[in-house]
Structure formats: structure tokens, C-alpha cells
Design a protein around this ligand. Structure first.
Ligand code: SF4
Length: 168
């Protein structure tokens, strides 16, 4: 027991990744600055699941937890497309979901942007052009930006949002 505590006292804190924290702080600063400059400090996102496995949504949910806390940067996930600036689209665009995705897109007021999240909405093979799957989304919607990954981590989603905002 004494040996354990001696070693524990000598070791550094192992639960925090300082390098990652620094990277996230840089992303936070840029997100906040870009949203302030281009969206008057408030960017509203309507997340639409068009037939995903829910892992992309789980990673997005993490962005609202106290660690990432994107709300304080001015990013809000909204319940209605009528309140949104951006549609964040995940999933493979199933035959049944496609009309609802297009309906949600129609209801977002101009100016509006669509970002695809994860590899599913950009999918070409192996399910491309089957009866059940209507991906890639670019055949149905004007896609402004794509965030790759399966699923993308919260850091990758933040990087993707920065990339999108740089292009607006
Ligand atoms: S991209 Fe991967 S994680 Fe995201 S919905 Fe598709 S299969 Fe799931």
C-alpha cells in the first residue's frame, strides 16, 4: 500500500490530456469568433437523422455536455427547422426518411446551409442506388460542408464546424 502511494505521489495527473485541451481551446476561440462575426453570435442547428445507427448523434450530444459546452460559444441545437440556420444531416437517407428530410430543409428559412455528418450521408458503396437507401445526400440537397468519420469525434465535429464557418 505504501509503495502504491509513493508511486502515485511521484506520477503526474493521468486523467487529463493537456494537449487535447489546448487544441479544443483553440477550436473554441475560433468557433466563438466566427459565429460572432458571421451569425451575430448565435448559430442554430437542426439535427436531422435520416437513418443512422445513432453513434453520430451520440457524439453530437457530447458537444452539449459540460466539458465541450458549445452552448456558451453560441451554438444551439434547436427542435424546429424554422428556428435553424443549418441542417446537420446524419444517416443514409432511407427511402422512408427522404421526404421528411426534404420537408425539414424546405422549412429552414433563407439563408440556410446543409452540413452532412459522418460517412453515411456521403455513402456511395455498397448500398448506393438500392431501393431502400437514397444516399448520397448531395443528389438531393445542396451540401455546403461534409464532416467525415464513422462516427466523427466531438473534436472532429468542432473542426468541421470551424471549416464550415470559414467558408461562409
Ligand atoms: S457514419 Fe457511422 S457512426 Fe455515423 S450514422 Fe453512419 S454508421 Fe453510424
Amino acid at each position: 500500500m505504501i509503495k502504491f502511494w509513493k508511486e502515485r505521489a511521484k506520477s503526474k495527473i493521468l486523467t487529463e490530456n493537456i494537449k487535447l485541451e489546448d487544441e479544443i481551446n483553440i477550436l473554441r476561440d475560433e468557433l466563438k469568433g466566427q459565429i460572432k462575426a458571421k451569425f451575430a453570435g448565435s448559430l442554430s442547428i437542426r439535427m436531422v437523422d435520416s437513418g443512422s445507427c445513432n453513434a453520430c448523434e451520440a457524439e453530437c450530444n457530447a458537444l452539449s455536455n459540460p466539458y465541450y459546452d458549445l452552448e456558451r460559444l453560441g451554438i444551439h441545437f434547436v427542435a424546429s427547422p424554422r428556428h435553424a440556420d443549418v441542417m446537420l444531416l446524419s444517416g443514409v437517407l432511407t427511402f422512408n426518411m427522404l421526404p421528411h428530410v426534404l420537408d425539414a430543409w424546405e422549412q429552414i428559412p433563407e439563408p440556410k446551409w446543409c452540413i452532412t455528418l459522418g460517412d453515411c450521408p456521403a455513402m456511395k458503396a455498397p448500398f448506393y442506388q438500392t431501393f431502400a437507401i437514397k444516399a448520397p445526400a448531395s443528389e438531393h440537397l445542396p451540401i455546403s460542408y461534409h464532416i467525415p468519420g464513422c462516427p466523427p469525434s466531438p473534436e472532429e465535429i468542432m473542426k468541421g464546424l470551424v471549416g464550415f464557418l470559414r467558408g461562409v
